[in-house]
Design a protein around this ligand. Structure first.
Ligand SMILES: Nc1ncnc2c1ncn2[C@@H]1O[C@H](COP(=O)(O)OP(=O)(O)OP(=O)(O)O)[C@@H](O)[C@H]1O
Length: 295
């Protein structure tokens, strides 16, 4: 297996006659075995990136390598759960899993697929069309994990699950990925639920990479600081700042030691992401390869 699960170089994808760029010159590298969160505002290009990685669409420019090859060449080794989770409505749950086994001879993992379905207390003879959105998600995830992929691409997988099901499915997913060394790339708008599960982050904005790299490195490159509103942060990169009365709170990238007047803490993933969403012009930070900032 290659040490790199996904590598994008100047990756662009346009749509329509106007050639509107959904992705625009993206560079990033994701090591194999990572669990990567893909976040960004609506229309940032998250689904486009996942579709490209799944080999469903092709780049208009640049390159994307998945498991060391062109995405279309490695379809058998990856699983992709799209936002709309297409399944055959007339099949039963059991038929769907049987279908999964027949489509993936020699690699089908019936145990994990059945476990995911059983944990949701789904009736094996229930037709897919009779299931709720969250129950369909469960079947789609069972099919994806049953395929025993090296790379699992999930486009907002948890969006229609209740909080308990989310928590429990996420735990199953992460335990399974850790056991098998699966690379997981997962887009989500619910940043809090990614905390504790992901070790890599890719933040997209307007089709471009804004933050990329190991989550711990990205978090430790930032500080959440509080101090007097008239104190200076001039020597640091300020991502976002807010003043309440005489107090200023800011998310910064320190460019050296902080003056003693500032109280500094490490941001959470949610604080890091929210600040960057509120500050779309903040400088890019890529720590995914050479482990140094590239602006
Ligand atoms: N098939 C398509 N035809 C035309 N435009 C498209 C197509 N797919 C995506 N786009 C455009 O590309 C841009 C990125 O879309 P994409 O679905 O990748 O964003 P996203 O980050 O997944 O958004 P969301 O969070 O809303 O799901 C949007 O402006 C969208 O309108």
């Amino acid at each position: 297996m290659t040490g790199t699960a996904i590598e994008a170089a100047a990756l662009s994808r346009t749509f329509g006659r106007r050639r509107k760029a959904a992705l625009d010159g993206c560079d990033f590298r994701l090591p194999a075995g990572s669990v990567c969160a893909v976040v960004g505002p609506n229309g940032a290009g998250k689904s486009t990136l996942l579709s490209l990685a799944a080999g469903l669409i092709r780049p208009t420019d640049g390159t994307l390598t998945v498991l060391g090859q062109a995405p279309a060449a490695v379809r058998e080794r990856l699983a992709y759960v799209a936002q709309d989770k297409p399944l055959y409505p007339q099949l039963t749950v059991a038929d769907t899993l049987r279908f999964g086994r027949e489509l993936n001879p020699g690699r089908w993992d019936a145990k994990v697929a059945e476990r995911i379905v059983d944990e949701g207390e789904l009736e094996p003879d229930a037709k897919i069309r009779t299931l709720s959105g969250g129950q369909r998600t469960r079947v789609a995830l069972a099919l994806a994990l049953g395929k025993r992929p090296e790379l699992l691409l999930l486009d907002e997988p948890m969006a229609d699950l209740d909080p308990l099901a989310r928590h429990q499915l996420m735990a199953t997913l992460m335990a399974d990925a850790a056991e098998h060394g699966t690379t997981v790339v997962m887009s989500s708008h619910v940043v809090a639920e990614l905390d504790g599960s992901c070790d890599h982050l890719l933040l997209l904005g307007a089709g471009r990479v804004r933050l990329a790299g190991p989550l711990d490195d990205l978090l430790s490159a930032h500080r959440l600081v509080t101090g007097r509103a008239d104190a200076s942060l001039d020597s640091h990169t300020v991502i976002e700042s807010r003043t309440t009365g005489r107090q200023l709170t800011a998310l910064i990238r320190p460019e050296g030691p902080l003056d003693s007047g500032w109280q500094a803490t490490a941001p959470t993933l949610e604080e890091l992401v929210l600040a960057h969403l509120r500050a779309p012009q903040a400088p890019v930070l890529r720590l995914d390869d050479v482990r140094e900032a590239a602006v």
